[in-house]
Design a protein around this ligand. Structure first.
Ligand code: FAD
Length: 197
């Protein structure tokens, strides 16, 4: 849950932004990955972004150039988001608060809590749900060192305190291969891998 955002959205009755409050992270990170849930993503509510580029120039960027897609943007690698301007519909604060609570409750009952995870591990391929593909291909039961998929939601990769980055990547690669073999579908990482094994 995103406590800072939740406070602003709930207290000011900023309808339409409730979904963002349950995504952990900053608005800059959300813009780069076009983060989303509950049928919306950042691009659906983004009006403007103020950025600084690699040369230190600060300006208002044209958001059309970001080419947003599912958990994707072409936001340039050497730009940093300084500010975003989001579109909302003014609503009763109590109503907005209730929607935020309902979203939080959904996550608490459907997604693992209190584990070491980066959230959804693979993108949902068009027409499929990643967790179903993983379950039906035996990926839900795979373990590599300290890495496994959550028993509660098998698209959440769970790392115990012995897991190495190599365990996590290997488990992911094994799952991608199992899903491809069983269903012919290519799973794509949703989490971003930094560095090399
Ligand atoms: C339990 C859990 C649940 C999650 N649920 C969701 C979900 O429902 N939907 C979803 O989309 N994601 C989800 N995530 C993933 C994550 O919360 C989002 O991707 C979030 O947007 C990451 O934001 P961050 O600020 O932590 O970015 P980071 O992880 O720190 O960075 C992500 C990328 O954004 C870049 N970045 C960060 N800040 C800026 C900035 N100011 N300007 C430019 N680039 C920047 C970084 O360089 C990096 O490339 C979940 C993660 C967890 C752990």
């Amino acid at each position: 849950m995103n406590s800072a955002l939740k406070k602003v959205v709930a207290e000011n009755g900023l309808g339409g932004l409730e979904f963002l409050c349950s995504i952990p992270g900053s608005l800059g990170g959300m813009l780069r990955s076009n983060a989303g849930c509950f049928g919306s993503d950042l691009s659906t509510v983004l009006k403007k972004a103020t950025v600084i580029n690699g040369k230190g120039d600060i300006f208002e960027a044209d958001c059309k150039d970001f080419n947003f897609g599912y958990r994707h943007s072409d936001f340039p690698a050497d730009w940093i988001v300084l500010e975003v301007c989001l579109q909302f519909e003014k609503k009763d604060a109590q109503e907005v608060r209730k929607q935020i609570q309902a979203n939080d409750e959904y996550r608490q009952t459907h997604q693992p809590q209190g584990i070491r995870t980066a959230g959804s591990t693979f993108k949902n391929p068009e027409g499929y749900r990643a967790w179903e593909l993983i379950k039906n291909s035996g990926g839900a039961d795979m373990v590599v060192g300290g890495a496994r998929m959550s028993a509660q939601h098998c698209n959440f990769l769970q790392a115990d305190n012995t897991a190495t980055a190599a365990d996590i990547e290997k488990l992911g690669r094994n799952i991608i291969a199992a899903v491809k073999e069983k269903t012919g579908v290519d799973l794509e990482w949703e989490i971003k891998i930094i560095g090399q094994e």
